[in-house]
Design a protein around this ligand. Structure first.
Ligand SMILES: *Cc1c(COP(=O)(O)O)cnc(C)c1O
Length: 400
């Protein structure tokens, strides 16, 4: 057997084990842009699983900004930012983000994953006491593990549990949480967490990938929504590939924090700077967010319309232990992975692309459909997916 054959022989049973448990995953291929209407595996459907909350991913103004940058700046940045890769476009985006958020400074990373690994590893060492919400995003979990610090996995969205976990901490402690939880659509109790951290002398670290550009006044995110500032929450991470329709991520905070990360964040120091054109696209997205508040209003009207329509049809939305929130992420709990994927396939047959979410993304027994709303959805599309959900889920309500 060849070396590659030997490796395959070791991998194949693990793949089969996933198939046996309805946990095997596959990609569908999209032709063209990733808007609300989307062509998938050769058929047209309506997309209810993207994180493109403002409908900017397919906006021609972002593409035009990227095209202008490509013509001027070329494709590659050529090196890491500290060597020769830091372009005027990167700098302009960092300044625009800091200005929008009311933070002193911001630092661009090539992805949210890189931002969390880099920032956590830089800020925490083996002597740091870390407390992390049990439902944090996978990149926060891996970032926390990478620090080698002992860490407490704290009951989801429970400020008292954070308080108790921080109570035993020696000096340096960091509390890490999503702002809006990516699979549940609920929010962290940020005012309470900020209070707990202030009392315990701990640093609050918020990953707002799903809150930035979505909630709070002007879409400034979870801190603004909670009436908090960057003085209360020293480390704020958000991504550019979701509401802003581009790609990449950033950390926002004090000038000192950003200067420290420039020295220490390994996923930033040792990684090629992103293409300048992506920063140009993200900055164009930010400009649209600021100049067209009606987009944010349309998103929230669509969320409210979806929720009201679900209630009318007797469709129960929400995470395992709670009621559905008013966020663009609306989970519909089905429990079993096989049943969830069957429902997702049935919806696809009807022309609606709705992701089925299974372990290990969510805990076993909490598989779900995860619907995401966008400012770009029409009322007809929302009514359509609700009717399709009603039809696909209805048989389950009848006695066997
Ligand atoms: C999507 C996401 C990330 C990762 O960001 P990428 O830019 O896609 O790598 C990090 N944290 C949260 C909460 C996310 O939802």
């Amino acid at each position: 057997m060849s070396a590659a054959g030997a490796l395959d022989a070791r991998l194949r049973p693990q793949i089969q084990a996933l198939r046996d448990r309805d946990l095997h995953r596959q990609r569908r291929v999209v032709d063209g842009s990733h808007g609300a209407r989307i062509r998938v595996d050769g058929r047209d459907c309506v997309n209810f699983c993207a994180n493109d909350y403002l409908g900017l991913a397919a906006d021609p103004r972002l593409a035009e900004a990227a095209r202008a940058s490509l013509a001027r700046d070329g494709t590659g940045s050529g090196a890491a930012a500290l060597i020769s890769g830091h372009n005027r476009e990167h700098r302009a985006l960092e300044e625009a983000l800091a200005d929008f958020l009311g933070a002193e400074a911001a630092l661009l990373f090539s992805s949210g994953w890189a931002a969390n690994l880099g920032a956590l590893r830089a800020l925490a060492g083996p002597d740091t006491h870390l407390c992390a919400d049990a439902l944090n995003h996978a990149s926060l979990i891996d970032g926390v593990r990478l620090t080698k610090a002992p860490y407490a996995r704290v009951t989801h969205a429970d400020a008292a549990a954070f308080d108790a976990a921080l109570g035993n901490a020696p000096d340096a402690a960091i509390a890490v949480t999503d702002g809006v939880f990516s699979m549940d659509g609920d929010v962290a109790p940020l005012p309470e967490l900020a209070g707990v951290c202030a009392r315990r002398g701990a640093t609050l670290y918020v990953d707002d990938a799903h809150g930035f550009g979505v909630c709070g006044p002007d879409g400034r995110g979870s801190l603004a929504a909670a009436g908090l500032s960057h003085a209360d929450v020293p480390v704020y991470v958000a991504t550019l590939g979701k509401s802003l329709g581009a790609s990449g991520a950033f950390v926002a905070g004090s000038r000192t924090l950003i200067d420290y990360l420039v020295q220490k964040a390994r996923t930033w120091v040792f990684s090629t700077a992103p293409p300048p054109a992506l920063s140009a696209a993200a900055r164009a997205g930010l400009a649209v967010l600021r100049s067209e508040p009606e987009r944010l209003a349309a998103l929230h009207a669509n969320i409210a319309h979806f929720r009201a329509g679900a209630t009318e049809r007797g469709i129960r939305l929400g995470p395992p232990d709670g009621a559905a929130g008013e966020h663009a992420i609306q989970p519909l709990l089905l429990g079993d992975a096989g049943r969830t994927m069957a429902a997702s396939r049935a919806l696809f047959e009807r022309g609606y692309w709705v992701a089925g979410i299974r372990p290990p993304t969510v805990p076993a027994g909490t598989s779900r459909l995860r619907l995401t709303l966008s400012a770009a959805h029409t009322r007809e599309q929302i009514e359509g997916v609700l009717d399709a959900l009603h039809a696909v889920l209805a048989p389950q309500a009848e006695p066997a």
